[in-house]
Design a protein around this ligand. Sequence first.
Ligand code: PRT
Ligand code: ZN
Length: 198
Amino acid sequence: MNKKIRIAVQSKGRLAKASLKFLASLGLKFNVEKRTLLAKCDNPKVEIIFLRDDDIPKYVEQGFADFGIVGENVICEKKFQVKVVKKLNFGLCSLVIAVPVKSLIKVVEDLTGQRIATSYPNLLKSFLEQREISAAVFKLKGSVEVAPALNFGDAICDLTQSGKTLKENGLKVIDKVMDSQAVLIAAPLGLMDFDFLI
Ligand code: PRT
Ligand code: ZN
């Protein structure tokens, strides 16, 4: 095989360090200190590309990267056409629905007619549809947990790991949309000669 394998990982953020650790565990050696957008590996057939996590599935889907490491939540939200080839058991978190602790909303059925702020509108809408709940979904890019305190939403749907941020913002979980973890993804067109990664 002469083709170079290009692997896309998050440049900064929650998955960055663990992604490189996973690649190192496969025997790949690369220089992270002199890291630019692209890092060459000792193995000349492999190169690592550093991206925003949201862009990783696009690169893989379009074939600009052969593999990528990203949270399942990202690929499920935008329904990217990529294959999940391995669950990596890091970046564990859950996408949950939470409300202010004193809210009269106790179960998701109580969300009918209410406003929910989230960075994951597609996943939330499918969840609500499955439960036949009609609620207004507002998209926010970040800091979703502060929305109810600012009266921008009666509930939120966001990722949580330790639960600390929800607690600090006076919120409690009433239901779970999905569990998520980091996954190794590949372009949909086969995985020839890449066995060492799987
Ligand atoms: O810059 P870039 O676009 O690459 O990164 P990003 O800021 O969009 O993503 P980043 O680094 O925050 O998260 C990358 C991935 O890590 C996510 O897509 C998830 O798959 C995974 N992950 C695991 C998490 C968390 N745990 C997590 N706790 N992503 C976000 N959070 C947030 C959560 O929403 C809350 O606001 O962290 C905050 C703290 O959580 P608690 O519950 O531990 O307090
Ligand atoms: Zn991102």
